[in-house]
Design a protein around this ligand. Structure first.
Ligand code: AMP
Length: 115
């Protein structure tokens, strides 16, 4: 049978190695393999929603939970000076993995507007 899991589901299952920093029943978080800042963590729902455009009202609690986890991880990672959270949606925004994920970036000064 074809393996229909997303890259991030394979990471959650331990079939692709990762530096996992957080797990609960709704989501998991691991360090980005190509960090764009000293702290770069991806927070991913266990539910494999492909992109933000696929969200429904039923996902509102889940998305709020991802943001709450980002806030907790930012504190744990010592990002008291500030941090950025980003959902890329679609190719023009640079989304490369079709399983929504919240980037948590910090540990350096982050320019605005982003590229
Ligand atoms: P996006 O471009 O918003 O879809 O983000 C996907 C992110 O996943 C990128 O920042 C990649 O560096 C990251 N990534 C891809 N493969 C892995 C992996 N095996 N482990 C950790 N991060 C990964």
């Amino acid at each position: 049978m074809a393996d229909t899991r997303t890259l991030f589901q394979k990471i959650a299952d331990g079939d692709i190695p990762s530096d996992m920093v957080y797990e609960d029943e709704q989501c998991f978080a691991f360090r980005d393999i190509a960090p764009q800042a000293p702290v770069h963590v991806l927070i991913v729902p266990r539910k494999p929603i492909p992109e933000l455009n696929d969200l429904t009202e039923a996902d509102e609690q889940l998305v709020g939970h991802l943001v709450t986890v980002a806030r907790k991880l930012a504190a744990r990672e010592g990002l008291a000076a500030g941090y950025r959270t980003v959902f890329n949606c679609g190719p023009a925004a640079g989304q490369t993995v079709d399983h929504i994920h919240l980037h948590l970036l910090g540990g350096r000064s982050l320019g605005w507007p982003p590229g």
